[in-house]
Write a new protein. Structure first.
Length: 112
C-alpha cells in the first residue's frame, strides 16, 4: 500500500484490515459487558425511561438573562429565537435560503 494511501486509512479500519488479512492476532482478553450490552445480547428489554424534554440551561450574555437557553448537542447550525436576537442588538443577519429540519421533524423557513 502506498504511504499516501496508508495515511488516509483511519486507524480502526487498518486494525480490522490487518486482523482479516491475518497480519494481526485477534485479542482474546475477556471484557465485562455493560448492562445495556448484556440486555442486547440476552434479548432482555431495557427499562423504558421518561422523555427528558428539551436540553436547556440558564444562560447570561452581558446583562441579558435567558432562563431556558437550548443546549447545543452537536448540531452544525446555531439557532436562537428572533426575540433573543433582537434583544442582543446584533448586526443585521445575512439572508439565507436554508430551511433546517429540527429534531421534532418540523421545518423552519426564513422570514422575509
Amino acid at each position: 500500500m502506498p504511504l499516501l494511501d496508508a495515511l488516509q486509512v483511519p486507524t480502526y479500519a487498518k486494525y480490522f484490515k490487518d486482523i482479516l488479512a491475518n497480519k494481526r492476532e485477534m485479542p482474546s482478553e475477556c471484557v465485562k459487558p455493560t448492562t445495556e450490552c448484556s440486555a442486547a445480547i440476552m434479548d432482555v428489554p431495557l427499562r423504558k425511561m421518561a422523555d427528558p424534554g428539551c436540553p436547556t440551561i440558564p444562560c447570561s450574555i452581558g446583562v441579558l438573562n435567558i432562563d431556558k437557553a437550548l443546549c447545543d448537542l452537536g448540531a452544525s447550525v446555531s439557532v436562537m429565537p428572533k426575540s433573543v436576537f433582537d434583544r442582543l442588538k446584533l448586526p443585521k443577519p445575512e439572508p439565507t435560503s436554508m430551511c433546517p429540519e429540527l429534531a421534532d421533524r418540523s421545518v423552519r423557513y426564513p422570514k422575509e
